[in-house]
Ligand binder design. Structure first.
Ligand SMILES: *[C@@H]1O[C@H](CO)[C@@H](O)[C@H](O)[C@H]1NC(C)=O
Length: 327
């Protein structure tokens, strides 16, 4: 009898331990691998939603052509999905005008995985996260932060907006939709904690982190110091292969052999700002001020990334390899 009670109690603790032990606040998704060699091809675009203007439609057209050539599995959006002020609500026609009616090529009829940018936070964030948009266009999937596994790759999508101090201290410039983010300190510390744990536990061959704001960038916004201080140490500690972002309206590759590579794909529409900040030329492999996008081709031993301009010309390409690392 006593033995039985003891057994039940320990079983209960064991269950609680396993349930809480496996609890992570970061939503996890799997994207199935469909190619027989297990490889994965994706496109990355950022800073795009302008109802086709500022060459958004031309970029979309080329994405369609490249998407077909590479037989892409899905598309990643690095944020600033809808200008200037995100979506007003679930019925905002900008969703169709800037997304559904623009990325119409058959090869782009794939799942899109999106994070939010600062301009998205100036509108109704909950609308972009809503399943109502997914009902209108099945491709749409947007979350603040989440983990996507696909074969040998794990993508860690991070909401970088709450890290940026000035959005909180200079609110006169714009209003931001911080519902479900405040209190800010707790949001950030929970996110960093969950992310650190998830990347540490990951057994994926390749680990990519995706966010809107740049960590290393020569673009006009400059480095996001809050991310350098708080996110970069996690990328370094767990040897994350790529950090991919938008925010600066350019195409950029910054990296040192054997370390995390920093890729910016923020050329989805308005570009040509004419501002480039100084950066060590040994690290700066590409800086292109104009419109375009990026592709990634991932195999077990190699990641190849290619940058394209508005006419589909290849501006730059580079690769990482698991044995010798970069180039
Ligand atoms: C569109 O792209 C072309 C080619 O890069 C460029 O000359 C033109 O200025 C771009 N238009 C806008 C509005 O950025």
């Amino acid at each position: 009898m006593k033995m039985g009670v003891w057994f039940n109690v320990s079983l209960m603790f064991l269950c609680i331990f396993f349930i809480t032990g496996s609890l992570s606040k970061l939503e996890r998704l799997k994207h199935p691998v469909t190619k027989s060699d297990g490889s994965l091809s994706i496109l990355v675009v950022g800073d795009w939603g302008r109802k086709g203007q500022f060459n958004q439609s031309r970029v979309a057209h080329q994405m369609g052509i490249v998407g077909e050539q590479l037989d892409i599995d899905f598309v990643v959006s690095v944020g600033d999905n809808f200008y200037d002020d995100g979506l007003k609500g679930e019925t905002d026609p900008s969703f169709e005008a800037s997304f559904s009616h623009i990325y119409t090529h058959p090869s782009l009829q794939k799942q899109w995985y999106a994070v939010l940018g600062n301009h998205d936070y100036r509108g109704n964030v909950e609308a972009q996260l809503s399943h109502v948009l997914t009902q209108k266009d099945w491709r749409w999937f947007c979350r603040r932060s989440f983990i996507l596994s696909s074969g040998m790759v794990e993508f860690f999508f991070v909401d970088t907006n709450p890290f940026v101090e000035k959005y909180f201290t200079e609110p006169k410039d714009h209003t931001y939709d911080w519902r479900n983010v405040l209190p800010r300190d707790r949001y950030i510390s929970n996110l960093l904690h969950d992310l650190d744990r998830a990347i540490k536990k990951s057994r994926a061959t390749w680990k990519f982190v995706v966010g809107h704001h740049g960590i290393k960038t020569a673009g006009e916004h400059g480095v996001t110091q809050e991310l350098v201080d708080q996110l970069l140490p996690i990328l370094k500690e767990h040897k994350v292969d790529l950090y991919i972002n938008g925010h600066d309206h350019c195409l950029q590759h910054i990296g040192t052999k054997g370390e995390t590579q920093f890729l910016t794909s923020g050329g989805g529409s308005k570009a040509w700002r004419g501002t480039v900040l100084p950066w060590d030329p040994k690290e700066l492999k590409l800086y292109y001020d104009g419109q375009g996008f990026m592709s990634l081709h991932i195999t077990r031993s190699k990641v190849n990334f290619i940058y394209y301009d508005v006419s589909g010309n290849v501006l730059h390409q580079s690769s990482l390899s698991k044995r010798s690392h970069l180039f």
